[in-house]
Design a protein. Sequence first.
Length: 331
Amino acid sequence: MKAFFPDNAVEYFVSYYDYYQPEAYVPSSDTFIEKDASVNEHIEQMRLSATKALLERKDVIVVASVSAIYGLGDPDLYLKMMLHLTRGMIIDQRSILRRLAELQYTRNDQAFQRGTFRVRGEVIDIFPAESDEIALRVELFDDEVERLSIFDPLTGQIAQTIPRYTVYPKTHYVTPRERIVQSMEEIKTELADRRRVLLENNKLLEEQRIAQRTQFDLEMMNELGYCSGIENYSRYLSGRGPGEAPPTLFDYLPADGLLVVDESHVTIPQIGGMYRGDRARKENLVEYGFRLPSALDNRPLKFEEFEALAPQTIYVSATPGAYELEKSGGK
């Protein structure tokens, strides 16, 4: 694809899991299966690169899988969390380091790798999460950004000095502290309501289970800003209402974008089935006290939501199904 479009940003957006076992509960055997996953760092970098390109450029081609209909961080919050650095701006080192931590970058003065930063005197080196080829050097003089440079993270060789640079978050799921605090209050309210409902139905085990699990998550969010399975609280973190569609890759697309659905006779039924399978699994988790009802909103798009969000679309298939034939008037 890059050979056909050498001057465009050709990006890749698929699931970043090498292995993924979703959280599930099997009532017949009273078996709870913990979420287990292995993230492919290179694919994660390419996903971040894809959304960065969509936010910065118009000439972008994204090759994506059905992963595009699954929940992604809110683009508005993602934009607000960016760190903009300009040569000559007044900002102290501590403020830069604090902002990098908010973007979920970690300090590592020994192993400099993607999504980390290191500090040497008044020099801060940042390895952007969406890149595997370049790094940023920020040189300070007192509380002023004296110089910004792009360099090779392997050799340390300076490629160029630049007037400004934007550091993107390490993950799509970054959330400002004030939104986390507000979300925690909303989660506490839902927890109280859910506990009352379970007690009224004499479901004592489920009430105890949801109370313990949610309280632990709240404590982790308060201390660290995140918890394991934080995506189950995405409704609150993104400020959505009950049942509202989650933000996805489609929210990063421009209004005049073009969607090409390849092998649509296979892809369209697959898109339609994603929501139903996810819903059935999560309903068990909610019913038996493993998750709050709001976890049902951590989901892929429904088919009608996909239709509403999709820009102008071309369906490509040698054997089109009924849906594509209907869209094309049977031609």
